[in-house]
Design a protein around this ligand. Structure first.
Ligand code: ATP
Ligand code: ZN
Length: 285
């Protein structure tokens, strides 16, 4: 039987979350400390541990069938691969930052500047789309020190908290790209490998849905049941069970994280009591 090969980051910001989502999908393997690859014990999957920058190329070449990578790297490398799923972690933004004292009110203020970045492709597209004429100076690391040492007037780099910018006398002027980790696939995979990918996606979706939903249990007076059931969507419809105490029922349902607090407030207003909310581990609809 063929095995699917997935490339994930060997170490760095995506490493642990990449391993975590595979484990949550029930796939067990040894992690990549001092190893290039690892075979899953209970799923037809081989995990390759690589530098994130190399993953799009490996997937394009078919050395790996699929991979986990930040959209920032994916778009920058511009390889012939496609996104299968977004993964909800590794969220960050690519921004242009300028020295603190510098005026910045719009993209036009970047005209004529020299901008240091490790993302010449994404930055180049942004400048072109916005009719900005600036010089791109490509450097591979420590971009944030470039203005301080006179190498550039501004930078374009990943920002999370902004503290690195602050320490280097810079401030964020313009977000140009928002990124999260994605699952990518190469083209022309065999039907057998595609089938394994489908199984993997099915599991990842179940985990994702579960995270976005909560199981809710509450006690409701029977004369308010209709109103309470209307508030609770449930997977099909809520479960209603009689309580030992006359005139009361226990209602169980699933609610989406986004609507969660609104729903709870409405439930309380309708007389619901003893509301319990519990996490869901997997959710298959
Ligand atoms: P490698 O050694 O594999 O080349 P790296 O140093 O290029 O690693 P990391 O800093 O580990 O890369 O970041 C990997 C990816 O994590 C980034 O390309 C981006 O998609 C994402 N990322 C960057 N900053 C953050 C952050 N603050 N929070 C979450 N994810 C981030
Ligand atoms: Zn990298």
């Amino acid at each position: 039987m063929q095995k699917l090969r997935i490339a994930i980051q060997k170490s760095g910001r995506l490493h642990e979350d990449s391993i975590r989502i595979l484990r949550e999908a029930g796939i067990e393997f040894n992690n990549g400390i001092n190893k290039l690859k690892s075979e899953a014990f209970n799923f037809p999957l081989e995990v390759l541990f690589l530098r994130d920058d190399d993953i799009p190329q490996y997937v394009e070449d078919g050395v790996a069938d699929i991979g986990i990578i930040g959209q920032n790297v994916l778009v920058e490398k511009n390889k012939n691969v496609h996104i299968i799923n977004t993964l909800g972690f590794g969220k960050c933004r690519l921004s242009i930052a300028v020295p603190k004292a510098k005026e910045y009110s719009s993209g036009a203020d970047l005209n004529g500047l020299k901008i240091a970045t490790s993302y010449p492709h994404i930055l180049g597209n942004y400048l072109k789309e916005n009719n900005i004429t600036a010089e791109i100076h490509e450097i591979s690391g420590s971009v944030e020190i470039a203005p301080g040492i006179g190498l550039a007037d501004a930078i374009c780099d990943l920002v999370s908290s902004g503290s690195t910018l602050f320490m280097n006398g810079l401030r964020e002027a313009q977000v140009i790209f928002k990124s999260e980790a994605v699952l990518i696939s190469g083209n022309n995979l065999s039907a057998e490998k595609q089938e394994i990918i489908n199984r993997l996606i099915f599991r990842l979706d179940a985990v994702k849905k579960a995270k976005n939903n909560k199981y809710i249990l509450l006690n409701a007076p029977n004369n308010k049941l209709d109103e309470i059931i209307k508030i609770l969507p449930g997977m099909k419809s809520p479960t209603v069970l009689p309580l030992a105490e006359e005139g009361w029922s226990s209602v169980h349902s699933v609610v989406n994280e986004n609507d969660f607090w609104d729903i709870i407030e409405n439930l309380k207003a309708q007389g619901a009591q003893g509301i319990l909310v519990v996490p869901i581990e997997k959710m298959i609809i």
